[in-house]
Design a protein around this ligand. Structure first.
Ligand SMILES: Cc1cc2nc3c(=O)[nH]c(=O)nc-3n(C[C@H](O)[C@H](O)[C@H](O)COP(=O)(O)OP(=O)(O)OC[C@H]3O[C@@H](n4cnc5c(N)ncnc54)[C@H](O)[C@@H]3O)c2cc1C
Length: 414
């Protein structure tokens, strides 16, 4: 591992996808730098947990816009296998939970809604995405649930213009060993100080001083990559304060998405990479990915207010819901075949406080406000500052590289 300099030229705060991408650029440039990470592991919201005999992605799992995703290139470089099978959401779901004729009708409603949204996003007038729902349409609760999966928030909390700026090619790949494991591997050999939450960046002098749980570091430039909810909640403070940054971060909150993995006893009657719906009558709806990679598992996905309620319900609330929900579709006999293996609770995690960012209606330009450097020596990176790839791991990665490039241009200490 590169040694950790006592007073590096550049400090990176956070060892997620953005912080580690920055670190790799700084290492390539032979810069004097260190990464300060609050957790005892790298990756942040990219996290592969080995549980139930498999590497399970509790955070990001998909290389979205895969053909141009820089993390797919990293996977090739580091020898991670890539699975190019189409994602379950691009296929018909299991008819046991959702008759085919209804699925087709829902797909039409989905296409019409997102068509209206994309049209609206071309105008200058921002507003909540829910304004473009067809009143009293029977599919509105499912469209809302879909938004909680994609954006972490119901349509009423989503800026139309920000949503319209998101770029996605529709090509999605995975790594059987885990996208979290890949991103963590970017930290191999990097000078990362773990268990080192940064509490304050003091910018009152010519040198930046960063106070942490492991003492004070000085640097000529700092790259801040922590999630927006941590900036808004001021778990990291600035002296003098940066109210425009805390305000921008509060207007780009992290929505919530959580995953639960259930092991299935004798899974052969479940299709590989299948998709199943449980109850579909409200936005409090879970999505089920059957046998990812052919494994004897179900990956359940929960979003928005529903995920928040289940996190508040304590250990076991996600699994209780999922088992009851699946029994409602597949019959009671399935209960004894399902066993919880792993579950996330991203809102309760103090180093994340949520899953991925969205702009509140009316605040689509706050990503640029958050991204703007301060005094050409404090740089902001992370998924939330990306104009077109926000909410994704590759968006975070790209912003980390850009911030490192800018930090390298700061004048040396005199
Ligand atoms: C359930 C879920 C599913 C997802 N699915 C996908 C997907 O399929 N594809 C995709 O591309 N993206 C997905 N994402 C989003 C993706 O994981 C994130 O956008 C990306 O990992 C964010 O990276 P980042 O570097 O911006 O932030 P983070 O990963 O949050 O990194 C920030 C780091 O800062 C650290 N930190 C926080 N506070 C401090 C402090 N005070 N001092 C020091 N360190 C601090 C944190 O511990 C963390 O390591 C998903 C996320 C979740 C939660």
């Amino acid at each position: 591992m590169k040694s950790i300099p006592a007073n590096p030229d550049i400090l990176v705060i956070g060892a997620g996808a953005a912080g580690l991408a920055a670190a790799r650029c700084l290492a390539r440039a032979n810069a004097s730098f260190a990464v300060l990470e609050a957790r005892s592991r790298p990756g942040g919201r990219a996290w592969t947990l080995n549980a139930g005999g498999y590497p399970l992605d509790l955070g990001c799992g998909w290389f979205h816009s895969a053909e141009s995703n820089p993390l797919a290139a990293e996977a090739a470089r580091l020898g991670f296998e890539i699975d190019r099978a189409p994602p379950p959401w691009q296929k018909d779901a299991d008819v046991r939970g959702f008759p085919l004729a209804d699925q087709r009708e829902y797909r039409r409603a989905w296409g019409a809604f997102y068509g209206r949204l994309e049209g609206a996003a071309q105008s200058d007038a921002d507003g909540p995405a829910s304004d473009y729902l067809e009143p009293a349409c029977r599919w509105n609760p499912m469209l809302d649930a879909g938004s909680t999966f994609i954006n972490g928030v119901e349509l009423g909390g989503l800026s139309v213009i920000d949503y319209g700026r998101y770029g996605d090619s529709g090509i999605n790949w995975r790594a059987p060993a885990g996208l979290g494991a890949l991103i963590a591997a970017l930290g191999d050999g990097m000078p990362v100080v773990y268990d080192c939450p940064a509490a304050r960046v003091d910018r009152s002098g010519t040198v930046l001083r960063v106070e942490t749980a492991k003492g004070r570091f000085t640097a000529r430039a700092v790259i801040v990559t922590i999630p927006t909810n941590c900036i808004a909640g001021e778990t990291l403070r600035f002296t003098p304060p940066l109210p425009e940054k805390t305000q921008a971060a509060a207007r780009l909150p992290l929505g919530l998405a959580d995953k639960l993995f259930l092991a299935i006893d004798d899974s052969r009657d479940f299709p590989i990479d299948g998709r199943l719906y449980g109850a579909r009558d409200s936005a409090a709806m879970a999505g089920y990915h059957l046998r990812p990679f052919g494994r004897p598992l179900i990956e359940a996905y929960f979003g928005g207010k529903f995920a928040r309620e289940l996190e508040a319900g304590g250990a076991g609330a996600f699994a209780d819901h999922a088992v009851n929900d699946l029994a409602g579709v597949l019959g009671n006999a399935v209960r004894k075949r399902l066993k919880p293996v792993a579950c996330s609770a991203w809102a309760l995690d103090p180093c994340a406080l949520g899953s991925y960012s969205h702009a509140l209606p009316g605040y689509s330009d706050e990503r640029a406000t958050l991204a703007a450097p301060v005094e050409d020596r404090i740089f902001f990176a992370g998924e939330a500052v990306s104009k077109h790839d926000f909410s994704t791991a590759h968006g975070a990665y790209r912003t980390g590289e850009a911030a490192a490039g800018a930090a390298l241009k700061t004048p040396p200490r005199s």
